[in-house]
Design a protein around this ligand. Structure first.
Ligand SMILES: Nc1ncnc2c1ncn2[C@@H]1O[C@H](COP(=O)(O)OP(=O)(O)OP(=O)(O)O)[C@@H](O)[C@H]1O
Length: 231
């Protein structure tokens, strides 16, 4: 699970996060909505240990991010809008490379199996990443998370720039990952997608969580209405 406790972040005099308290349990998918600059990426960067909080702390499976920034990396996978991969390596070579960095040594057929689980067609496994679409890159990103067996996934605008089919594919994989008991925090601007996949929705405004809703009780239109009223 994932938790932030009274998380504050100041950039010089500007408070980007103000006492943020978030909790995402095992098997939950928490969609974090909010305008540009609300503090979503700052939250994710602190959870990843890439940035230090000014005060407060974050916990991944009960481990303090500020005290154990290296240890938490074993539990985490990060999928940004554009997954950074090597364009001159094939899908399977990229997966092999990043699995090895994380300390896992898979056979070729195991790597292929991981890619197939994300819906990446076999024909693509041996093709260079340079020719992949954004949706295909996202699938390799998910395969890396599966290879690490990351229990907590942080997604930063993962469906931005994907076509509707690739978005639906991605949404389905995320739903499955939640059903497997993984903990997922997803920053997004896509309210429709958030309502369709998330178990919980949080709306952030100027560094604070101003709404926290169970998504199954709301339609996308209702969440959009609330979002517009809140922001
Ligand atoms: N390195 C930085 N130095 C100074 N200010 C920053 C820095 N990074 C972010 N900020 C500011 O902190 C606030 C929160 O930014 P953040 O990127 O976390 O928002 P966001 O909700 O992820 O926005 P977006 O939807 O555009 O990605 C913004 O006002 C931003 O300008």
């Amino acid at each position: 699970m994932l938790k932030t406790v009274n998380l504050h972040k100041k950039y010089n005099e500007y408070s980007a996060l103000k006492s943020l308290n978030l909790e995402v349990g095992k098997g939950e998918i928490f969609a974090l909505l909010g305008q540009n600059g609300a503090g979503k990426s700052t939250t994710i960067n602190i959870l990843l240990g890439l940035m230090k909080a000014t005060s407060g702390d974050a916990y991944i499976n009960g481990i303090s991010v500020s005290e154990h920034p290296q240890e938490i990396k074993q539990h985490l996978a990060y999928i940004p809008e554009t997954v950074l991969l090597y364009p001159n390596l094939t899908g399977i070579e990229n997966l092999d490379f990043f699995s090895k960095i994380a300390g896992f040594n898979y056979t070729k057929s195991e790597l292929s199996e991981l890619l197939l689980r994300t819906g990446l067609q076999e024909l693509a496994h041996e093709k260079d990443l340079g020719g992949y679409s954004k949706g295909m890159r996202q699938k390799v990103g998910i395969a890396i998370a599966l290879a690490k067996d990351a229990k907590v996934l942080l997604l930063d605008e993962p469906t931005s720039g994907l076509d509707p089919i690739a978005t639906a594919d991605f949404t389905e994989i995320v739903r499955q990952l939640g059903q497997e008991g993984r903990t997922i925090l997803m920053a997004t601007h896509d309210i429709f997608n958030a309502v369709s996949v998330a178990t919980n929705i949080g709306i952030m405004k100027q560094g604070e969580l101003v709404q926290h809703l169970p998504s199954k009780s709301f339609t996308a239109e209702e969440v959009q209405d609330l979002y517009l009223k809140t922001i």
